[in-house]
Each structure stands twice: as structure tokens, then as C-alpha cells.
Design a protein around this ligand. Structure first.
Ligand code: ADP
Ligand code: MG
Length: 756
């Protein structure tokens, strides 16, 4: 027999087509991947199945005999139905059905015995199995099988293509028996300290657990491995950034920061003040700051960041503020201009000498505006440069970039952060802001190379937001909804109506073209990365509902058209905003809404992040079931920002059970941390790590970031890895760990390249 290593390709054990299916559907490419392919569940052995004791929903391995098998055409559809009756030794029976499954009738003849794996369902009042995986006992080799099933838990793998549960198990066992030596990335002393099994032993236990033991200890070890390798990478990143030598940036005693603090129209909250101190202290050090600032929507992160930026400018450097969308970049530009007032127009009429200038750089601004902004950035005239991804491009230069602030981190990858960092003469300080509260597991994994600060309180005077789920198929409820909007407008307030898609601008053509092919590209691009978080896993396990085609969702234009003809909203000024408008229109619309010249803004999720109009008091979210928990929470943070109480109405037609649960969750609490935790549970693990890590193959395989017990594993692995890297930064005495780290980084890199 050929000896295999963990690096051997799966084709060593499988036909090309089957190996390709495993790679594509399960991310299993090598023998090592296969060994890490943990069973979905374990079944107790079921030697002499008593068919009279089965229950609906139960997952079973059954040993039984085929008593009868009949094939007949299906009644309502084309094709054949194979009906098999199984019997146990006492004569109890169970029905098994196969639809259009040609070939099975030749194997499942009366009299043969077999193993059947499946979930018990029911048809009418009778129990039945549909399309079970099975293996006949009179096939070769089954003496060993019977013995195996008598003495072991039965691992059940998630299967793909032609690989049924039985073949999968044999395949993995074959890998276990042929792999020459299993790699061991965790050093002995760590294993001892944490009472971990050896990796080879763990794999054996996971895939071939004897009845006398439980597989959990094996799984725990694999989780630890995964956490340990990840944390080693983070520890190395941290170490590398600690070794960087930057420039200390200290504000002048009577400089820009002091002048700004003097003119601030409100008092900083205690949190803002305390974190401000930390930032100033870190900016004053040689080692570049690398900090994550998290805080609820509306907690006032911008002012905190702005004060740090002003300190950087005071010291003679520049600050860059990177925003995820043009709307947000423009808004930052506007609101920071307003906060700075005459401090932001140095060299211009009314500008103060102590002040600085702002530049705005976005992808689609006019050539002239762009040139001016580039020049201001390169010459150093602009102390603060605000922009979108455009800031990252090669030709953007700074005279002396001191501080990089990244707003709403989850939309940017590590690479983009790094690209901006490289624009400094010396490595600049970095501050990353996020409004999505981050559970500890994620903080330790995804942001594990950064220090963290959290703004816990909202500024005083914030009003509570009430949230209600509204059944959109009840005309009376809908009428009430628009009445509420009209009432708010009558009081002088404003409203958002958020739709999941853009739709067709010309209302006359809505009916004819709304379902056209091109509409697939009609999704709000900004919406995507985030909305996917919770939507990607719909239908994944058969419990969620299938994703609706985009054409069934309400578009901004359809909504706009509908609202403009509503009697309730007569005389109300209604505007439209979405990501595909040209930048001037976007900017003008936001400005008009900000100034109160538009009463109701019908928009996509472009307004999700950071948009700040304190006078807006109502938000109506259309097809709310299409949005994720965190996204809805972010969205409603747009209202109730002033002294007016906020109201958020979540419209949904037929949400399905899981979506209904999400909506109720959002309506039931405004605690961002609680929602973030709940949200995690609706997502796939990989998605938690953001686009970069969510690709197959490199996604988190074993850890469940939503589980408390894994939090402890991650914390332990983090401690161990950081200690190890402290003593041996280049992993010289830990070659096996170094290899595991290299493999992991390669996988991430591959996924990253694939996605462009
Ligand atoms: P976020 O953390 O969501 O980015 P912002 O920084 O946009 O929040 O702040 C929301 C609003 O609260 C802004 O209008 C800002 O000027 C205001 N704000 C910030 N800090 C305070 C404070 N201490 N007191 C009153 N208002 C504040
Ligand atoms: Mg913000």
C-alpha cells in the first residue's frame, strides 16, 4: 500500500470526479483536509434495530431486511416511485421511498439485508425514510462492517455527489490507515498544560470512536489546533507591528486640538474623554498605534477619531479617514467641516491660521475636484483627507501621513488597511472604528492583533427607538404605517423608507422590466457585503427559506412611485437615494434631506452606515425579512438621533419562521451586544470573519464562534500562542507549527486572490 501524507491530493484515494466534488462542495482537497473533515454527527450502534420504536425526526442507522419492493409511476408527476418495505427480526416494518432513483430497485430486492442511514419522516400517519444512504450486507467486506457497527459510534459525514455516508466513512478510515505520520503543530508542553490529546490520537477518536469513549475530546483538540494556528498568526502580526518604528505625534499645547475642544458644542461623554486620553497617549509613542474602537451606532465615535486626527495635524502630520461608501465619505466631510468651522478653512477667507484644511477624495468626483484634492493631500495643505477606497490607490500621496482612521471596519480587509499604512513615510498610527458590537470570540480572532476600546454609553439626550414588526399584507396596518409617517412629517420631522433593491427609474416601465435579466445586477452593491451575512445561510440546512429572486423585492423606484400616489402622503416631499446615482445627485439629495427640504427619503441601505440627520424620526424598512439582524440595528440607528423619539417599522409579507424570529429579536431589544450575539447564531461561521476569510477551504472549520465553550478554547490558545511567539517569534524551534501557519496563510491568500 502506498503511504500517504497529509499533503497528498485526494485523488490518491478517489476518482477524479469524486475528488473534484469534494473539493468544490466541501473544500476538501488533500488527505489532510479529509482527516479534518469532522463527522456531522454520531449515531449509536443499532445492531438489531427495533423498527417499532422509531420516532419522527430521529436520525438512525438501521439494520434490516427488505421485505418487499415495488415500483410504480408517480401520480402527479412524471417518473417512478420505488417503495421498499423494511422488516426487523420481530416483523415490524418501515417504509422507504425513492423518487426517480433508477438502479436501486435492482439492488433492494426482497430478502437482502442492509444498513440504512437517514432521518425518520412520516407520510400520512406512517413513518418512513426517504432516500436513505444504504449499504447491503451481502456485499463483500461486510463482516468487518458488522463488527465495526457493533463496537463503535457510527460517524455520519455530510456527503456530496456519489459519496454516500458509508463510502465517506470508509474513505476517511482508509486515510487514517494510510497516512504515514500525522503532523503535530502543538508543542508537547502546551498539550500537557491543556490536557490535550495528540493530534493523531484525536483524529482517530473523531473518525473511529469506540463505544467506550466519546468523540468530543478529539473534536476539542481539533478546535484547539485551529485556534492555536490562528492565534500564532495574530501573535506574529502583533509582534511585527510592535517592532515598527513610527513617529510620535503630540498635539501642541495651544494648538488645533485645544481650539477645537474650546468650540465643541457639547460635552464629551466620559467614555469619549477616557478613550481620547488613551489615543493621545498612544499617538505620542514611537510604536504606531493599532487600535480598534467599537461603539454602538450613535455613540459618537467620529468626534473621538476627529480629536485624534487633530492631534496628528497639530504635530505637523496628516490624517486620512477611510469611509466605506461615497455617501458616508461625503457626510463625514460635511459634518467634520461643520464641527471644525473656521478651523477647517485655513488660507481662505475667514480661516484661522491655527486651523487646517479638509480634502475629499472619492472614486467618481469630477477631474478638477479630484486634482485639487490630490494636490492638497500631496502638498500637506490638507491636514485631513477623507475618502473612499480611492484613497488607497497608488497615485494618492501624502506629505506626511501620521494617522489612518478606518470607519466601519467590516467593509475593509486587512490588505486595504495595510495599503493605506504604506503611504506614510514612517508607519502611521492606525485607528479602526466599528459600530457592530463584536463578541469576544470574534474580537480575539478577527481583530486579535489589535488593542480594543469600547464606547459603552450614548451621549445624553438620545431618545429611545421603538421598533414594531408590521404585516405588510394587511391593508389596515399598511395604511396606519403611512399615516404614522405623515403624522411625523406634519410635526416637522422626517422619515426614511428603506428598500432592498433599486429597481427601475421609469415607473411606466416597472411592470415590463422589473423581472428582466439585467435586474440581477440591480442590487445595491453597498448592501451586499453586509446583507449577505445572514442571508447567505438561508436554505443552507433546509430550514431557512429559499432566497427570493431579486425581482420579487420592492425597489426604491417602485416604492417612490407608490408613495407619491398615496392619499395619506399628499403634499409630502419624497426623494430617492441609492448607490447608483451619480455622486453630485447623491450629495445634493443628502444635503437636501439634511436641510429638511425632503421629508421622506426612499433609499437603499446606502443610508445604513453613519448617515446622521437628527431630525429624522421614523424609519420604515420594506421587506425587512431580507435584512440581517445587525443590519437592521444599524439602519434604525439612523432615527432617534436627536431629541425626538425614534420609531422603526419593519414591514414584512411572509417572512418564514427564521426571518420572523430575527425580526422579533430586533424589535425586542436595542442592546447592540445582545443582537450581535444573536446575529452570530444566524450566520455561518466563515462569514463572521468577513469576506476575506469566508472562502471555502480557509474558513474556520472547527471553531464555533457563537459558542461559549469555544470562547474558552480560543482564549487558552491565544494565551499559549502569544507566549510561544514572544519566546520564538520566527517559530524556529517549532517547525511543525511554522508549517501549519504557512499552510493557513497560503489558503487565505489563495482565497483572497480568487476573489480579486
Ligand atoms: P457613530 O458612533 O455612530 O459614528 P457619530 O460619531 O456619528 O456616531 O455621532 C452621532 C451624533 O452624536 C453626531 O451628530 C455627533 O455630533 C453627536 N455627538 C457625538 N458626541 C456627542 C456628545 N458627547 N454629546 C452630544 N452629541 C454628541
Ligand atoms: Mg459613524
Amino acid at each position: 500500500m502506498v503511504l500517504l501524507t497529509e499533503e497528498s491530493p485526494l485523488t490518491k484515494l478517489l476518482k477524479k470526479a469524486d475528488a473534484a466534488a469534494m473539493a468544490k462542495n466541501k473544500g476538501v482537497e488533500t488527505i489532510g483536509d479529509l482527516l479534518e473533515f469532522v463527522p456531522r454527527k454520531y449515531l449509536p450502534p443499532n445492531e438489531l434495530t427495533d423498527l417499532s420504536r422509531l420516532r419522527v425526526g430521529e436520525n438512525v442507522l438501521i439494520v434490516a431486511e427488505v421485505a418487499a419492493a415495488t415500483t410504480r409511476p408517480m401520480r402527479n408527476r412524471r417518473g417512478q416511485l420505488l417503495n421498499v418495505v423494511l422488516a426487523d427480526s420481530a416483523g415490524h416494518q418501515l417504509e422507504v421511498t425513492f423518487f426517480n432513483a433508477y438502479g436501486h430497485e435492482r439492488k433492494l430486492r426482497p430478502g437482502v439485508r442492509g444498513f440504512f442511514i437517514g432521518q425518520i419522516g412520516s407520510y400520512g400517519r406512517r413513518l418512513q425514510l426517504t432516500h436513505p444512504d444504504y449499504e447491503l450486507i451481502d456485499e463483500q467486506d461486510t463482516a468487518g462492517e458488522i463488527e465495526y457497527y457493533r463496537t463503535h459510534w457510527v460517524p455520519v459525514y455530510s456527503t456530496t455527489g456519489k459519496l454516500n455516508a458509508f463510502r465517506m466513512r470508509k474513505l476517511v478510515h482508509q486515510a487514517l490507515d494510510t497516512v504515514d505520520r500525522v503532523r503535530e503543530p502543538v508543542p508537547d508542553e502546551v498539550r500537557e498544560r491543556r490536557s490535550l490529546l495528540g493530534r493523531a490520537e484525536a483524529l482517530e477518536l473523531v473518525h473511529r470512536p469506540p463505544l467506550t469513549k466519546r468523540p468530543d475530546a478529539g473534536v476539542r483538540r481539533l478546535k484547539y489546533d485551529e485556534a492555536f494556528v490562528l492565534q500564532t498568526i495574530l501573535a506574529q502580526r502583533r509582534k511585527a507591528s510592535e517592532a515598527l518604528v513610527g513617529t510620535p505625534r503630540r498635539p501642541r499645547p495651544d494648538g488645533l486640538l485645544a481650539a477645537f475642544d474650546d468650540r465643541l458644542p457639547f460635552e464629551l461623554t466620559d467614555g469619549q474623554r477616557a478613550i481620547g486620553e488613551v489615543l493621545l497617549e498612544e499617538l505620542g509613542r514611537e510604536r504606531p498605534m493599532h487600535r480598534l474602537l467599537q461603539g454602538e451606532v450613535g455613540s459618537g465615535k467620529t468626534v473621538v477619531a476627529l480629536r485624534a486626527m487633530l492631534a496628528a495635524v497639530d504635530s505637523g502630520g496628516q490624517a486620512a479617514l477611510l469611509a466605506p461608501t461615497e455617501v458616508l465619505a461625503a457626510q463625514h466631510h460635511r459634518s467634520i467641516s461643520a464641527l471644525l468651522g473656521d478651523l477647517a478653512v485655513r488660507g481662505m477667507l475667514g480661516g484661522r491660521d491655527i486651523g487646517t484644511r479638509l480634502a475629499l477624495l472619492t472614486g467618481s468626483q469630477s477631474a478638477g475636484a479630484r486634482r485639487a484634492a490630490l494636490l492638497d493631500a500631496a502638498s500637506g495643505e490638507a491636514g485631513i483627507v477623507i475618502g473612499t477606497h480611492a484613497l488607497i490607490q497608488k497615485h494618492v500621496q501624502f506629505a506626511d501621513l501620521a494617522l489612518v482612521v478606518v470607519d466601519e471596519q467590516h467593509r475593509f480587509g486587512v490588505e486595504q488597511r495595510d495599503a493605506l499604512r504604506e503611504k506614510g513615510v514612517a508607519p502611521p498610527h492606525v485607528l479602526v472604528m466599528t459600530a457592530t458590537p463584536i463578541p469576544r470570540t470574534v474580537a480575539m480572532t478577527v481583530f486579535g492583533d489589535m488593542e480594543t476600546s469600547t464606547l459603552r454609553e450614548l451621549p445624553r439626550g438620545r431618545s429611545p427607538i421603538a421598533t414594531h414588526v408590521v404585516k405588510a399584507d394587511r391593508p389596515a396596518w399598511m395604511q396606519r404605517t403611512w399615516q404614522r409617517v405623515a403624522e411625523e412629517v406634519a410635526k416637522g420631522h422626517q422619515a426614511y423608507v428603506v428598500c432592498p433593491r433599486i429597481g427601475e427609474p421609469d415607473p411606466g416601465s416597472i411592470l415590463s422590466s422589473d423581472t428582466s435579466e439585467e435586474d440581477a445586477s440591480d442590487w445595491e452593491p453597498v448592501n451586499w457585503s453586509e446583507a449577505d451575512w445572514s442571508e447567505a445561510d438561508w436554505g443552507d440546512d433546509g430550514e431557512g427559506q429559499p432566497a427570493q429572486p431579486p425581482s420579487e423585492l420592492t425597489g426604491v423606484y417602485t416604492m417612490w412611485h407608490e408613495l407619491t400616489t398615496k392619499p395619506e402622503l399628499e403634499g409630502v416631499r419624497i426623494g430617492v437615494l441609492h448607490g447608483r446615482l451619480d455622486p453630485e445627485t447623491k450629495e445634493a439629495t443628502m444635503r437636501a434631506f439634511g436641510a429638511g427640504d425632503i421629508d421622506v427619503l426612499v433609499a437603499t441601505t446606502v443610508i445604513e452606515v453613519g448617515v446622521d440627520v437628527p431630525n429624522a424620526s421614523v424609519m420604515v424598512v420594506v421587506d425587512a425579512d431580507r435584512f440581517g439582524i445587525s443590519q437592521l440595528h444599524q439602519l434604525r440607528g439612523r432615527v432617534g438621533r436627536g431629541s425626538v423619539p425614534g420609531l422603526c417599522l419593519l414591514l414584512t409579507k411572509d417572512p418564514g419562521e427564521r426571518a420572523a424570529e430575527r425580526l422579533d429579536m430586533v424589535a425586542s431589544t436595542t442592546d447592540g451586544f445582545e443582537l450581535a450575539r444573536a446575529d452570530l447564531q444566524f450566520r455561518r461561521e466563515g462569514d463572521v470573519l468577513g469576506a476575506r476569510q469566508s472562502g471555502r477551504g480557509s474558513s474556520i472549520r472547527h471553531l464555533r464562534l457563537t459558542r461559549a465553550e469555544d470562547e474558552e478554547i480560543i482564549a487558552e490558545a491565544r494565551e499559549d500562542a502569544f507566549e510561544l511567539v514572544e519566546a520564538d517569534p520566527d517559530l524556529r524551534v517549532h517547525p511543525a507549527l511554522a508549517a501549519a501557519v504557512a499552510t493557513r496563510l497560503d489558503e487565505d491568500q489563495a482565497v483572497w486572490l480568487e476573489r480579486g
